[in-house]
Design a protein around this ligand. Sequence first.
Ligand code: SDX
Length: 431
Amino acid sequence: MTDNKNKSATLSLGGKDYDFPVYEASVGPDVIDISSLYAQTNNFTYDPGFTSTASCESKITYIDGGEGILLYRGYPIGELADNASFLEVCFLLLNGELPNEDQKDKFEHNITYHTMLHDQMVTLFKGFRRDAHPMAIMVGVVGALSAFYHDSTDVTDAHQRLVASHRLIAKMPTIAAMAYKYSIGQPFVQPRNDLGYASNFLHMCFSVPTEEYIVNPVAAEAMDKIFTLHADHEQNASTSTVRLAGSSGANPFACIAAGIACLWGPAHGGANEACLKMLTEIGTVDRIPEFIARAKDKADPFRLMGFGHRVYKNFDPRATIMQATTHAVLDDLNIEDPLLDVAIELERIAREDEYFVSKNLYPNIDFYSGITLRALGFPTSMFTVLFALARTVGWIAQWNEMIEDPKQKIGRPRQIYTGATERPFVNINDR
Ligand code: SDX
């Protein structure tokens, strides 16, 4: 990030001018460094929801919401989804470059040989009710990894950070599959070193001890692509949560558990589960107008799940790829899902409706992912778990970048206080 000597921002406040340096982006908006604002003016900036605030410098992911562009380390998401495996994308996000053959083989070996979970962690699952939401299990078990893998919790040690990164990427599918198996009362299935990342996950989820399970290659390819589409997304709410938790020096497992907790919300990663529930509630195409009207009604808290985005004010490039993947999976698995008809008609109507057009509300990645995941055999309660599984590499890459940033310090925002000013205590008899 270069301090653009030719550009600065001047703020006039109380009859005095204050200058602030402007730093140049390689692409996208430049930033005004206002870190000295409080010291110079005794004022804070005010930006709830951080709609105009850059919280950090990053080289990992770039989004252009107006043009519907998403780049991982400079590579367009569509080219990565079509040409690279998820583990190649993981290597790219972590290291900044795509792996060569040797690097790819070594990385895949490293991840494969970290997929097993400490056997005593199985006991943790027994503490949950069978009907516990799998995301509750993910938050608990991932956080508990720090109680079993002490040799990779020193965030100041680059090697320990690398081991923790590989452990998290490798073990998330195992933990996610165990959360699913626990919820349906089936025995846990151990990972297999002869299967690829996505195939191993499907095998751990859907195989049973009583018969051989052959992974469907179309399903494995779709799963791998879905992981890539969800891998990272700049400074979204859960990534910002991981960065903020990490800024205190918390161990990586605790930070990722915090990210999982934040992703769970229906406005964020929980939208794919909420979207499928909404499509199911709509049920048939003829009921769509009723729900469109509800979404427009300010008095009704209902929102069209899977529509809208803080950054994309045009199409979400991931949604476009997701839609194509949905059709491919349903066609190959020969599945007729009436909800897909509802989704396609809902998208068509919403994209022509003035309310949605004027507010730039387009389908986001969560709009189609739920239909695909249901076709692959997952219950809706597992949808956000899969999002968290895929996003772990993005969280980890961003966490490492934050730790390695020499300018990094603990995140500690301020506020505008509008509460009571100082006043003397009042005894209960006088209140
Ligand atoms: C993800 O940040 C990321 O990158 C997230 C993510 C990632 O990969 O990490 O991309 C993943 O979280 C995708 C988003 C999934 N969420 C949903 O699909 C839930 C439904 N969407 C909305 O809740 C909403 O669109 C958000 C939360 C996604 C974005 O909210 P913003 O940017 O704060 O926009 P807003 O709430 O200020 O809405 C702007 C206007 C409002 O109307 P006005 O008050 O201006 O009149 O649009 C309306 C909103 O009421 N609006 C919707 C709507 N989304 C926004 N109206 C109906 N249905 C919707 N879905």
